[in-house]
Design a protein around this ligand. Structure first.
Ligand code: 13P
Ligand code: SF4
Length: 316
């Protein structure tokens, strides 16, 4: 491949030529994070996609994120540099499975994590992200049953935070976050006893972290269950010098960049999302030059899914 600086220059030229904006998720490789116009969590990126006046959105993230941007911007070109950038969590439920689940719970309200396909969103009443899932569920009348999907760890977190018993949770998981286990957090804590703990609610360790926090085993003021965007905010504003980070490790680049004097330790250094890492400077340049890969959603599906996505954008 080309020399990185030249590559970056070329990307910037093409970006101007096409009036494009580069939206990147916090798990992207460092060189993509460094060149992005907007870097953020799922909710921030969906909101940025609504606000932009660019003609082309290059989505540096995974397929469902580009799809969401396309639904929100039917007149804009949305590009995903590598079509293989999927999501194991989004793949854990299909629209057919959801339709069947709905027939088993007539009248229930469907709350889908944004990590789902457009077809699943079209069958949903609300979408949410990890940063507003609790607010979304709290906005739904207490007497309504809720079908929460597809992530079981986030579902448990929401159930605990809202105190609602009438939430049915789909048993899906993200293989990267599910692989961050309580014993790994314990081990890192032994080495860094003064650190604050930042846990993404999708993690395999999130249920036990909530429990241990409520039991006083983990210090309440130092244990935080947060979306990636809120982890970044918190690591900036906190007075602590050390943090244990329980999420995909890509975010640590941004944490270190924003807080050069603080130390960030991965709870599980192997928590790397292969899909997020598929976007490179090379395929991003090719995306801009060759207009690929254009992400579109059939109008009827998009129209249905947009109702649920608009609720997500406006709450929390
Ligand atoms: P957030 O960035 O919204 O916390 O989501 C995490 C994630 O897994 C996205 O794929
Ligand atoms: Fe999907 Fe997990 Fe990768 Fe996020 S980290 S994109 S949830 S597979």
């Amino acid at each position: 491949s080309n020399e990185p600086n030249r590559l970056v220059e070329e990307i910037l030229e093409w970006k101007k030529k096409r009036n494009a904006v580069l939206l990147a998720h916090n798990y992207q490789v460092p060189e993509i994070q460094d060149i992005a116009d907007v870097l953020g969590d799922s909710l921030a990126l969906a909101r940025a996609a609504v606000k932009t006046d660019a003609d082309v959105i290059v989505f540096c993230g995974v397929h469902f994120m580009a799809e969401t941007a396309a639904i929100l911007n039917p007149k804009k070109t949305v590009l995903l540099p590598d079509l293989e950038a999927g999501c194991s969590l989004a793949d854990s439920i299909t629209a057919d499975q959801l339709r069947k689940w709905k027939t088993e719970h007539p009248g229930a309200i469907v709350v889908s994590y944004v990590n789902t396909s457009a077809d699943v969103k079209a069958e949903s009443d609300y979408c949410c992200t990890s940063s507003n899932a609790v607010d979304i569920v709290n906005s739904i009348p207490k007497d309504k049953d809720i079908l929460f999907l597809p992530d079981m760890f986030l579902g448990n977190f929401v159930k605990r935070e809202t105190g609602r018993e009438n939430i049915h949770i789909w048993m899906g998981e993200c293989h990267v976050h599910a692989g961050i286990h309580p014993h790994q957090v314990d081990n890192v804590f032994t080495e860094h006893p003064k650190a604050e703990l930042l846990v993404h609610p999708e993690c395999g360790c999130s249920t036990s972290s909530m429990y241990l926090k409520s039991e006083g085993v983990l210090p309440g003021d130092k244990t935080h269950i947060l979306s990636t965007g809120n982890m970044l905010k918190h690591s900036k504003s906190s007075k602590a010098d050390e943090f244990i980070v329980a999420t995909e490790t890509g975010i640590i680049h941004q944490m270190e960049k924003q807080n050069p004097h603080k130390q960030f330790v991965a709870a599980n250094p192997e928590a790397v999302c292969p899909f997020m890492k598929m976007i490179t400077l090379d395929n991003m340049l090719a995306a801009l030059k060759e207009n690929k890969h254009e992400i579109t959603v059939p109008p009827k599906t998009a129209e249905q899914a947009k109702l649920a996505i608009d609720r997500m954008i406006s709450i929390g």
